[in-house]
Ligand binder design. Structure first.
Ligand code: IPD
Length: 267
């Protein structure tokens, strides 16, 4: 956890300092899925620091090929989660760094440690079985409000097919909750649920680096994080909510068509 927090902070300081000169250098899953030179630079920093500090571990990052390792631990890194906010000068972006064991498939991995360094200089971190912290203060969520009073975060995929399906789901969920927020950074969304600034969050089609660290922060803060069947969250669907409202939220999502809104999880 300390390594995750140190590296997330170092990369976070780099991207915050470089924001004014950020330029789009390429796109990924669709023309609106942008990469800036700062995403690439921050991932480079994370990879070189991990090579120094944890030379036997594998690395999976958003912006380049996986690096294999021998220790059984994989670092799952997102150099800028919330790249669109970052590029537009909006709040809510973060560097997300997590260590997992058991491979890189979120349906079978175990998240060991993680840190999310947000644009406001906020540091969230967690270690499995040991708890979660925001700027050094322990996070502990208990019961959430009823679903009708839940402030619910979500996000949208970069591909048109996914967005159309997600729009239909959100149209059915919105009348049943307090309101919906789409802040633009999955890792920050999860940390805000962990600290109670949003009540719950769900999203389809997240990539492992979007949620590894934030999911651990949320679950170590007492939030239930899972997939549609209550098993592990994965790249198909992640639902994070207080235990008291989780099943009801899942049922509402399922009735809205969230079980399989598209054939396979988007790339
Ligand atoms: C994105 C953000 C966004 C979520 C998208 C993610 P990126 O990550 O987390 O909130 O809705 O699904 O892809 O592309 O900015 O690293």
């Amino acid at each position: 956890m300390d390594i995750a927090a140190t590296l997330a902070r170092e990369a976070g300081e780099l991207v915050i300092e470089g924001r004014a000169r950020a330029e789009v250098t390429s796109t990924k899953s669709s023309p609106i899925d942008i990469v800036t030179q700062m995403d690439v630079a921050a991932e480079g920093l994370l990879r070189s620091r991990l090579a120094q500090l944890r030379p036997d571990d594998a690395i999976m990052g958003e912006e380049s090929e996986d690096t294999s390792g021998t220790s059984g631990v994989t670092w799952v890194v997102d150099p800028i989660d919330g790249t669109v906010n970052y590029f537009y000068g909006l709040p809510h972006f973060a560097v997300s760094v997590a260590a997992v064991e058991g491979g890189t498939d979120p349906s079978t991995w175990r998240i060991l440690a993680g840190a999310v360094y947000g644009d406001s200089g906020t540091e969230w971190k967690a270690a499995v079985g040991h708890g979660a912290w925001r700027n050094g203060q322990r996070l502990q969520r208990s019961e959430g409000p009823p679903l009708s009073a839940t402030l619910l975060g979500t996000g949208f995929n970069y591909r048109a097919e996914g967005r159309a399906a997600q729009g239909k789901i959100v149209a059915q969920v919105l009348p049943q909750v307090r309101d919906i927020r789409r802040l633009g950074s999955a890792s920050v969304d999860l940390c805000l649920v962990a600290e109670g600034k949003m009540d719950a969050y769900y999203e389809h089609g997240l990539r492992p680096w979007d949620f590894a660290a934030g999911a651990l922060v949320a679950s170590e803060a007492g939030i239930r994080v899972g997939g549609i069947d209550g098993g592990p969250a994965d790249s198909h669907l992640l639902i994070a909510a207080a235990e008291s409202v989780w099943d009801e939220l899942r049922d509402v999502l399922e009735a809205a068509g969230a079980r399989r809104p598209w054939e396979s999880p988007p790339a």
